[in-house]
Design a protein around this ligand. Structure first.
Ligand code: NAP
Length: 164
């Protein structure tokens, strides 16, 4: 079952790497702005470890939904859910909800998400956390912007995709 109102948003390297030592692999100022613009006013779904990796805790102006394995566990400023199915259920009336990581959560939502918002660096990164390998034949490109980041000195693309 694919949920058209569930979108994944992820910053990813060419080798599908997404994180190391519970942190992101690269910081692109433009990408933070893009992330804020796309997700503001909507629900965001994240794993517990990703919540703990956010420098200022829950994201402002968004409904923060955290997935935990420990029944009854709660986090300030967040709604807790205890399974992927429960996360899907609590956002069923949302026009769109964004899955914002991390690795464990992306792996479980990748087969059921209807949209994919990628920031893809055109180089490999060493990492301990990876996104599932994307088969681009299963996705239709809605928009694409090819960019260069001077600070990090690499090319990257913003690619918005919808499942075919
Ligand atoms: N590049 C990006 O765009 C991006 C975005 C976000 C995060 N990241 C990176 O990803 C890494 C963190 O990812 P991660 O895989 O370690 O952690 P994660 O996916 O953020 O969180 C994992 C936790 O979520 C809970 N969980 C996962 N699946 C569950 C399920 N089916 N039912 C109930 N609870 C479930 C578990 O909590 P319990 O501990 O309770 O078992 C698990 O420990 C960091 O390096 C972070 O920087 C990258």
């Amino acid at each position: 079952m694919i949920y058209p109102n569930i979108a994944i948003i992820v910053a990813i390297a060419q080798n599908f790497a997404i994180g190391k030592n519970n942190d992101l692999l690269f910081h692109l100022p433009n990408d933070l702005k893009r992330f804020k613009k796309i997700t503001s006013g909507h629900a965001v779904i994240m794993g517990k470890r990703t919540l703990f990796s956010l420098p200022k805790g829950p994201l402002p102006n968004r409904r923060n939904i955290v997935i935990s394995d420990i029944p009854g566990e709660i986090f300030e400023g967040c709604e807790s859910v205890y399974s992927i199915a429960e996360a899907v259920e609590v956002v069923k009336n949302e026009e769109i909800a964004f899955v914002i990581g991390g690795g464990m959560i992306y792996r479980q939502f990748y087969p059921i998400a209807g949209k994919l918002y990628l920031t893809m660096a055109h180089r490999d990164f060493e990492a301990d956390t990876f996104f599932p390998e994307i088969n681009f034949k299963e996705w239709k490109e809605l928009s694409r912007e090819d960019l260069f980041d001077e600070k990090n000195n690499f090319n990257y693309s913003n690619i918005d995709l919808e499942r075919i």
